[in-house]
Ligand binder design. Structure first.
Ligand code: TMP
Length: 391
């Protein structure tokens, strides 16, 4: 049974940056499936509406993402020595370009992003990962001994068919690596902004293992990584592959989640209460700043920022503008608002309050904005609770 625990109000498509004002178009709610323990949003938008030619997100925009992908690639080459790698959702090729181009095949349905990956010399299928493509992959390639996917699997509505298809093209001794935001970290940090139309699911280790097992796959190791506000990197194998043992780290993560109650609805009801309170506190903080005639701008026009700003209704009356480094977002409105996204400039004016839309890159931002931060510049965040950060 699916039980709703969170209502994030009217939301727009979180990556629908446009020069025209786009009004919020659907009500976003979050549910818990008492059987599979999976947490998911209520609204499954058609994939063609979300992932198309003009998709604005670029993995290469974050130094942390680049670094983690580089380190993982090195580990994969040394430990697994794969001959035939597949990446599902390669974005602009930030991960795949660490490998010999002959050894890796990429899938990326978003046209303009795929062009950027192709420019790096990568072989890219500009298609969705579905039954049709899997048939084609089986014909064009032998099985893959390594399949990698970061922040893509939770974007696909028919999750069972994804794993069924992976099982078809993964060699019997192969490993499937999946990186996704961690539900435990989401709950601990009160980062309700992980929920938006593209994040159809946010995985716990418990739920992911349940679904994988239905498709003859299982997690055998888990690494906790710092990216996207706290993610898990899951190492997955075929159940019938008995050569690989289940790691202590997997067991530790599983037990930790159970202790936290991620398998029980009461945990999510409690989370929902905290989110309502977080919203009221953030609104109060913004109102107070405005009463004192302070100027506020946003830093990082992330999809997460879109969820927060629409949920808390903190729109153009509060923000002067947002800064972002992504070409595809600049000059457009933040979805659901009339707040303009401007081309990023180094922060100079320490009288302006800066809301961290990309709070998950806080350390990277503080390093970059050392002048602002060292000169009493003030950041606003809602993670783990609404507050102002100064040095
Ligand atoms: P994400 O949280 O979905 O990765 O999105 C982060 C957004 O923030 C993305 O549009 C890039 C932007 N950004 C900046 O503009 N400056 C920065 O220093 C960082 C780290 C991100």
């Amino acid at each position: 049974m699916k039980k709703t625990f969170l209502d994030l109000g009217m939301q727009p498509l979180a990556n629908n940056f446009s020069t025209k004002y786009i009004s919020p178009s659907f009500r976003l709610k979050v549910k818990f499936d008492t059987n599979s323990k999976l947490v998911m949003i209520n609204k499954h938008v058609k994939k063609e509406k979300m992932f198309n030619k003009s998709y604005p997100y670029r993995s290469s925009k974050s130094k942390l993402v680049e670094k983690l992908f580089r380190e993982l690639s090195k580990k994969i080459k040394e430990k697994f020595k794969p001959k035939n790698i597949l990446e599902i959702g390669c974005n602009d090729g930030t991960f795949a370009s660490n490998f010999n181009k002959r050894n890796i095949t990429c899938i990326e349905p978003c046209g303009d992003v795929a062009v950027e990956a192709k420019k790096k010399g990568l072989k890219v299928y500009v298609e969705y990962f579905d039954d049709l493509l899997v048939k084609k992959l089986k014909k064009d390639h032998k099985k893959f001994d390594m399949i990698f996917s970061a922040n893509t699997i939770t974007h696909i509505s028919d999750i069972n068919s994804v794993f069924l298809n992976v099982a078809k093209i993964l060699s019997d001794n192969g490993t499937f690596i999946v990186e996704e935001p961690s539900l435990l970290e989401t709950i601990k940090k009160n980062s309700y902004d992980q929920f938006y139309n593209e994040h159809i699911y946010v995985f716990s280790t418990i739920a992911l293992q349940n679904i994988l097992k239905k498709n003859d796959l299982e997690i055998y190791d888990v690494e906790n990584i710092k990216v996207h506000g706290g993610s898990n990197r899951y190492y997955i194998k075929k159940i019938k592959n008995k050569k690989i043992k289940i790691s202590q780290s997997f067991k530790k993560n599983f037990i930790l989640e159970k202790k936290f109650g991620l398998h029980k609805f009461s945990c999510y009801k409690n989370f929902s209460k905290k989110i309502k309170s977080s919203k009221l506190k953030l609104i109060e903080l913004f109102k107070k700043l405005k009463r004192n005639n302070k100027r506020i701008i946003g830093y990082g026009a992330s999809a997460k920022a879109v969820t927060i700003i629409n949920y808390c209704n903190l729109k153009e009356d509060y923000f002067d503008y947002f800064y972002d480094t992504t070409k595809q977002k600049i000059g457009k409105f933040l979805p659901g608002t009339k707040i303009k996204v401007l081309k990023y400039k180094k922060l100079k004016n320490n009288k302006i309050y800066v809301f961290l839309g990309a709070w998950n890159f806080y350390k990277e931002i503080i390093n970059k904005e050392n002048y602002f931060y060292d000169n009493s510049g003030k950041f606003i965040t809602h993670i783990p609770y609404p507050r102002i950060i100064t040095k």
